[in-house]
Write a new protein. Structure first.
Length: 83
């Protein structure tokens, strides 16, 4: 036979395992902040490194401006001849 469920209007007893001392909580928070700052600094360094690599590639690559200009003139000439 099933028993009726009863309402309990009292707070559960605090267990000693769940309660942390205030010093430990503050230490954990400071550690979390330090980890977040270190992560942000590493991310910024990675972005700066990637941007520098892109700039190096851009500056060392030979320019194809003249070649692209001649190709555009050929395409335009062929298109105008088609009209």
């Amino acid at each position: 036979k099933r028993e009726k469920r009863r309402w309990l209007f009292r707070k559960p007893a605090p267990s000693s395992q769940d309660v942390k001392p205030a010093v430990s909580v503050i230490t954990d928070q400071r550690h979390a902040i330090a980890v977040a700052v270190a992560t942000a600094a590493a991310a910024e360094a990675a972005v700066a490194s990637a941007q520098a690599a892109v700039e190096v590639v851009r500056l060392t690559r030979p320019t194809n401006l003249l070649r692209e200009h001649h190709a555009a003139v050929k395409i335009q000439t062929a298109f105008r001849g088609f009209l």
